[in-house]
Design a protein around this ligand. Sequence first.
Ligand code: SF4
Ligand code: SF4
Length: 353
Amino acid sequence: METAEIPKIKPRRIKPKIVRNERKGVQTWRFWIQTGFVALCFWIGVEFYLFLQYLDSGGATALVNRPPGVEGFLPISSLMSWFYFALTGTIHSAHPAGFFIFLAIVAISLLFGKTFCSWLCPIGFLSEMIAEVGEKVLGRRLKMPRWLDYPLRSLKYLLLAFFAVSIFTMSLAALKAFLDSEYNIVADIKMYHWFANLSGVGLGVIAFLLVASFFYRGFWCRYLCPYGALLGVTSLLSPNKIKRNPVSCIDCGLCAKACPSNIKVDKVQTVLSDECHTCMSCVDACPVADTLDLTLVGTKKRWQPRWVAIGIVVLFMSITGAAMVSGYWQNQVTMEQYQQLNKNLERFGHPGM
Ligand code: SF4
Ligand code: SF4
């Protein structure tokens, strides 16, 4: 008896469309934006140093005004200013630039995810450079064992919780007293002296973090930075997420291999992780067009990586620039007041002095 031959159905292959050249290279944009931000921080550091020289010399050196951008290094005072603003509707006058820098960083994070860490933060950049060297020397990327990775990652949230509880349980009177205090006004000067006169313990901690970053990419950022923890939380609210198209994906795994946060990008459709800092390394690594992109959730709107780069810079400059032109950038502390405060720094319990 003849049997009807069942026609063989060939599995339909989707021909991968190789990524157009102009989509590549966002890591170069990222590198130059990071470098520019490091240069800006360096410039602020030099100005602040010259300002302190002027104060310490009693006005004998050339007059250099205090750069307000230094307040970007006072995140706790900035968070307190934000709480004060939430309670009173007033921007506290001690460190207004810190208030706006904090706003810019959180706004960028709400729009594009935890981008500050991988596009702007100088510590993130330094940590990344050390990891690059480490991986070249070791010939591979070391991963923390899972049983240790999870508890270590929670440390930064514990630190954030500690600061949040300490600040958000303060009464308005206590908050105002702290923000008005001379201690808060000279917090930037004290921070400078702390780093300039590092104790053995401080040096040991910094050396440990540098060595740990050599072996484990982003050790400080992933495990200890409370600022990163805060941005990790706000980034979850961002409407833009890294999304993978499972139909055109060829399962090459290059995205997961490229991810510095060890996220299994090739196994999910949408990256929903507080550790994703929108570095776009996975997007850059993906060889198939329109398969892995930063996408507006609920739509097909994909962000071209260069627009993410431009958006981060424009948003940061718009918010800080608006503060400058509206007269909110500078605090109202006069040079004479700074000279007086600087003479009596030891009164404020500065460590190492
Ligand atoms: S998932 Fe992609 S964008 Fe997010 S951290 Fe990993 S490589 Fe960067
Ligand atoms: S890089 Fe990732 S998303 Fe792109 S094809 Fe390979 S596995 Fe799929």
